[in-house]
Design a protein around this ligand. Structure first.
Ligand code: MTE
Ligand code: MO
Length: 425
């Protein structure tokens, strides 16, 4: 769609000529105006919202964002899937701050639409290779010790359209199949202990109550490590879109294993054979071989601002670059940022909580001199995994892949501040 074939060599030549971009801007870097009397009527004169009483406390029993924030919405790409009930929409990453995704903006991926389940009618069963098969109500589950943990969930297909070249114009579409939420729930190992897993029990088959009958095989070691069965997100009950009343949380691992509307976990002695629909999360390599069991989501980052949906509109001078980084292997230890297409790298400032398997927020402040920029971010996690270039990833995996694209993203910034998804090499 947005690929610019003959555009790329010209940019490459340009890059070789100018190795430095930026420098101190004269005057007030942030663009604040010096107040000459009467020059700024919005602050010196009484406005309507200053004069008339507003709505009372009974107007919004459940509060909504300001009416001026209408752009902060999930969006889908109509041509991507045949049907909205087996589809995906995207988190508006360019509209978010900090590390937490608000509940109403978490991207949704479901294969059979959103199930509507009354919590009193919901049952959760553990069966298979256990001493005592058990059925729990929601009330039963809330009597286990509770835990609060913040984790990202990323669909393995996130950035999948970008394997062959720059495609979608906005980080919402290239990287928006990720959300980051504080979950409240119980540890799966505590529930399993109550049922008593037999020594032969090596694999888990979680199953959803939605019409997709989505199932995945999960090794018992992961279940005993940090998997959770959760009923709340960001302090309130799960949203229907995210699996209300109960979902499985599989920290750091690909999103399709996080079964929503969780109704059953069967314990077995080997992985199950899954229907094509839900088991195709396999990476096809250039030579026709497949990478299987690639469950951990690798180190990845993206600059969310500026980006195609969030251009620089303040002109030259002080510019705040911001983005997100995450790794299924643990915490992110460093993010480097380049504004000249990878010639020079600057260590970005990570601000906010640095939690394992949770997104990290980073910033890089610089003075823009009005020249063209090529923005890139490169993250490194606590296990020393470094985010690869697109070229390196293609060399390793070929171009037939859809899943697990964690490559460095490039945004081109034109002199007028507009931004575009491009590739440079
Ligand atoms: N029951 C059920 N669970 C499911 C799915 C589904 O279709 N049905 N989709 C999976 C996929 S592919 C992903 S990426 C995540 C998406 O979670 P989200 O909708 O909270 O973003 O849920 C997973 N769990
Ligand atoms: Mo997914």
């Amino acid at each position: 769609m947005m690929k610019k074939d003959n555009f790329q060599p010209a940019r490459r030549r340009w890059l070789k000529r100018s190795l430095t971009v930026g420098g101190a801007a004269a005057g007030v870097a942030t663009g604040a105006t010096a107040l000459a009397s009467g020059s700024e009527s919005l602050i010196t004169e009484v406005q309507d919202w200053n004069r008339y009483l507003g709505d009372g406390v009974d107007a919004n029993p459940y509060g909504m964002p300001s009416k001026f924030e209408g752009e902060a919405i999930r969006r889908d790409v109509a041509w991507l899937t045949a049907d909205a009930k087996s589809s995906v929409n995207f988190t508006p990453l360019h509209k978010l701050e900090g590390i937490i995704t608000p509940n109403g903006l978490c991207f949704e991926r479901h294969h059979g639409g959103i199930a509507q389940i009354a919590p009193e009618d919901h049952r959760f069963m553990i069966n298979g290779l256990v001493d005592t098969p058990l059925v729990f109500t929601m009330e039963d589950l809330k009597r286990f010790p509770r835990h609060n943990r913040t984790y990202f969930l990323e669909c393995a297909a996130n950035s999948g359209m970008e394997w062959r070249g720059a495609q979608l114009n906005g980080c919402q579409f290239t990287h928006g199949m990720v959300h980051n939420v504080m979950y409240t729930g119980v540890m799966l190992k505590d529930i399993l202990a109550e049922a008593g897993v037999k020594a032969s029990g090596k694999w888990l088959l979680p199953e959803g109550a939605d019409p997709s009958h989505m199932t995945r095989s999960i090794p018992i070691e992961k279940a005993m490590d940090d998997c959770m069965v959760v009923f709340a997100m960001n302090g309130e009950a799960l949203r229907p879109e995210q699996g209300y009343p109960l979902r499985l949380v599989v920290p750091g691992w690909e999103g399709n294993m996080w079964v929503k509307w969780l109704r059953r976990i069967e314990i077995g002695d080997q992985p199950w054979h899954h229907r094509e629909e839900t088991s195709k999360y396999t990476d096809l390599l250039a030579d026709g071989r497949a990478r299987r069991f690639t469950w951990t989501m690798d180190i990845k980052s993206v600059i969310t601002n500026p980006s195609p949906q969030a251009p620089i509109n303040h002109g030259r001078g002080r510019t705040v670059l911001s983005g997100l980084a995450w790794s299924g292997h643990g915490t992110v230890s460093r993010v480097d940022v380049s504004i000249d297409g990878g010639r020079n790298w600057h260590t970005a400032r990570i601000d906010g909580p640095s939690l394992s398997k949770s997104v990290h927020r980073f910033y890089y402040e610089f003075d823009w001199d009005g020249r063209e920029l090529f923005l890139q971010s490169r993250a490194i996690d606590e296990k020393r995994h470094i985010q690869p270039t697109k070229q390196a990833l293609r060399e390793a995996r070929g171009e037939n892949s859809i899943y697990h694209n964690n490559a460095i993203q490039t945004w081109y910034i034109a002199k007028d501040g507009t931004a575009e998804n491009v590739e440079i090499s």
